[in-house]
Design a protein around this ligand. Structure first.
Ligand code: NAD
Length: 361
């Protein structure tokens, strides 16, 4: 497994190369399968609700998980909704995969793109388990960084004929239309969220705003619709009118974390326990059903959990080995005597004095 001391570094260039080599849809499909496998082994994992640190303008989060067999992973991620106003992404992330037998790290990766992919694959998995089999029309509200990944992943689980979209920012809608041109039979630009959800079978909401926004009103939600709520994912940040919740069959990823961060944060613990139908792993292992009739309204109240990052990091590691993609760098000292860490410092100092190029990488 891996190289003894070197660690694989996956940059943006590496992940782009990997996606082109393996295929974008193939990566998403493999990821959906990996998520199904990993959620299917839910009890095997050591996990915790992510620790979040709220700072002015955003939140900083660390997401660890361990499979107690082979790998441990963690992701660092933020959400700063005002970043785009000065040309920076709302969500950026990096992450690491380590072997658990020795604790040695194997891979350090960009995770801004991997987060968009794993979030889209998780939504697709939930939509497959919860939406009507004949769902054809998607509405997407919020056409920012996550949006294209979201709709392309849904295309892998349902025969999508139309994507109706809306964003407060006209430029974000222009960008979405350009990127998605030719990918769907019909792309419909809408004047507001209400128009976007008209006739939609699947509604995906992924806006970024640190407030209790009511992007979707209860009145607009018709029987049989499936909703994916992605942007209600930290304290004080939700997207749906609260009166939608009692009407919907609600599925979450991980109750302990979702209760603090999801749409259900507005409920008392007692109400939430009563109203939440299942955690997604229960739909995968078949103990509960995602949908009971064509008429009911279903809601995947997504917040994003460490297990999803584990699945995508593991897949990325396996594919990067297969295609020999990534940069192998020494981030762990190579020592003839593992107790003599100090000599490594002294040696390195000597090489540094000689101006060794390796140290300036
Ligand atoms: N659940 C998860 O696992 C997960 C993972 C990643 C991101 N997210 C969340 O998804 C959301 C979107 O992330 P992103 O990276 O695409 O952000 P982004 O800033 O790139 O895009 C968000 C878009 O929402 C639009 N918007 C804001 N308020 C709106 C409103 N009221 N109506 C319509 N449009 C509105 C903005 O104009 C922007 O284009 C964020 O809230 C983020 O926290 C969730």
């Amino acid at each position: 497994m891996g190289h003894n001391n070197s660690m694989k570094i996956i940059t943006i260039e590496s992940i782009t190369a990997l996606l082109h080599r393996h295929g974008f849809d193939e990566f998403l499909q493999d990821l959906i399968d990996a998520l199904r496998r990993d959620f299917g082994h839910w009890d095997k994992f050591s996990k915790m609700p992510r620790p979040s640190m709220h700072v002015p303008g955003g939140v900083l989060e660390l997401m660890p998980v361990c499979d107690n067999e082979t790998y441990y992973t963690f992701k660092y991620v933020n959400c700063h909704p005002k970043n785009t106003s000065h040309g920076e992404l709302t969500v950026v992330a990096t992450g690491q995969l380590a072997r658990i037998d020795t604790g040695y790290p194997l891979l350090f990766s960009e995770m801004t793109i991997l987060t968009a992919l794993r979030t889209a694959a998780t939504t697709a998995l939930a939509t497959d388990l919860m939406s009507r089999k004949d769902a054809r029309v998607i509405a997407i509200i919020g056409t920012g960084a996550q949006s294209e990944f979201q709709v392309l992943a849904l295309k892998l689980v349902r025969d999508i004929t139309e994507v109706r979209y809306f964003d407060l920012d006209e430029k974000a809608m222009d960008k979405f239309a350009k990127n998605m041109q030719g990918k769907f039979a019909k792309l419909t630009r809408c004047k507001n969220a209400e128009e976007a959800v008209q006739g939609a079978d699947i509604i995906t909401v992924c806006i970024a705003s640190k407030t209790h926004a009511e992007v979707i009103k209860n009145d607009w939600v018709k029987a049989g619709v499936h909703i994916n709520g992605l942007g209600g994912d930290t304290i004080g940040k939700t997207e749906l009118e609260a009166s939608i919740l009692p009407r919907a069959r609600i599925v979450v990823e991980y109750f302990e974390q979702s209760f603090v961060e999801g749409e259900i944060q507005r409920l008392s613990e007692e109400e939430a326990k009563k109203m939440v139908h299942a955690e997604i792993h229960e739909l995968i292992n078949g103990t509960k059903k995602g949908r009971h009739s064509d008429e009911e309204i279903t809601l995947f109240d997504s917040v994003g959990i460490g297990l999803e990052d584990y699945s995508v990091l593991r897949l990325t590691y396996e594919l990067s080995e297969k295609y020999d993609i990534g940069l192998d760098l020494n981030l762990i000292p190579i020592l003839s005597d593992p107790k003599d860490l100090f000599s490594s410092y002294a040696e390195k100092t000597k090489t540094q004095e000689k101006g060794n190029a390796i140290l300036t990488i």
